[in-house]
Design a binder for this molecule. Sequence first.
Ligand code: PLP
Length: 463
Amino acid sequence: MQYLSTRGNISPIPFTEAVMMGLAEDGGLLLPRTIPRIGCDTLQSWQQMSYPELAFEVMSRFIDDIPTSDLREIINRSYSTFSHGDITPLVHQGPYHILELFHGPTLAFKDVALQFLGNLFEYLLQKNESVLNIIGATSGDTGSAAIYGVRGKERINIFILHPKGRVSKVQEKQMTTVVDDNVFNIAIEGSFDDGQAIVKKIFTDIDFKNKYNLGAINSINWARVLAQVVYYVYSCIHVTTHEKDSSVDFAIPTGNFGDIFAGYIAKKMLPPGTIRQLVLATNSNDILSRFVNDGDYSMAEVKITSSPSMDIQAASNFERYLYYLMDSDAAKTKSLMEDFAKEGKIDLSNYQDQIKRDFAAAAVSEAEVSETISAFYSEYGYILDPHTAVGIKAAEQVKAVGIPMVCLATAHPAKFGDVVEAAIGKQPAVPENLKGITDRESRCKVMEADKTSIQDFLAENAR
Ligand SMILES: *Cc1c(COP(=O)(O)O)cnc(C)c1O
């Protein structure tokens, strides 16, 4: 499989090069040249597979430059760190199928992709005898998941920028208590979007990028999207009735558009109609729900909410969808993204029909998040984290009779204990690997949200 840029100005590259490139060198995002199709019979034949076996089947359709046995081994190792045998178990609560994506080492769905990406990087670097300096911005969960993906790995240093004081205490501790020599935490005086903008700028400095072998771990990396496609397929296999024409809906708490974009790829891969509807759920940072409902893609100020991993305005994966919406026209995509960079908005109301075929959307207020956590607990005795609650609330609003609704549970409630306590009057049980985390030794450098000083810090500490 060859990979292309959404902006059309790189020559096609194979999967492993796309992984190492991260952001495409022309400023666009990388996408597979075609999306492989899975037939009904093939899907049927996957029913008895374990999660890692299924992951191999799905991913290998996008990867033709890693030997089969190596790819299998990387996948198996990546999911051996999960605490649940099914990796991403489905549990049934009330009218919903809840896809628990939080059984990895940092208790958020990002582990599903980043355990894989860390091992993949290690494998490719050993092969090429090279080194990598990963730089990424996080709104909370990506940082710790990325750090856990590469901690202690020999040929990799990792630099993670988080917005100081704007991630939960547990999220902060999960990052800063990893004191391996190859891990550098930077708390910036600014928002997640400031951090992301700095990272993007550093990446467009091609000389710097090449000199220090910079790599990305943000959701702009195609390998992350790919790893997330797997659990959509997994859910379809386990939730549909397997009758002809049976469909599934998904509700996805959305920030950077990575997770839901993986759902969009799964929808294109699977037999038509298998995934009927992808419900895009945002918190009060509602740029993406406004985009779906009104075609209005315009930036607003970032609001701080109880679901901080979704406190995002400029969604870094949006460009991938825009490319398909423009019928794979890279020139058009490029010019729209340039308009967006200049004006902070683009008007896509002419594409409303197609957008609404691809997604439904709802924005969920802070009061609704709290009410949803509380109501769900009293009705079903199941504790939702605030991100998952955003998805459940949106699902409630659009759920169709007779069609199974899979709600993605993106974080363990114990990561957001205070929000949960405010809603239900008690703290969720703390899983083993979080116990005592606030007392552990931690390390972090506080810096201005300034590209030059961060770039200098990187140069000093790079491999
Ligand atoms: C990152 C994250 C999201 C949003 O996922 P995107 O891929 O950025 O849309 C939702 N919930 C949690 C808990 C997250 O960590």
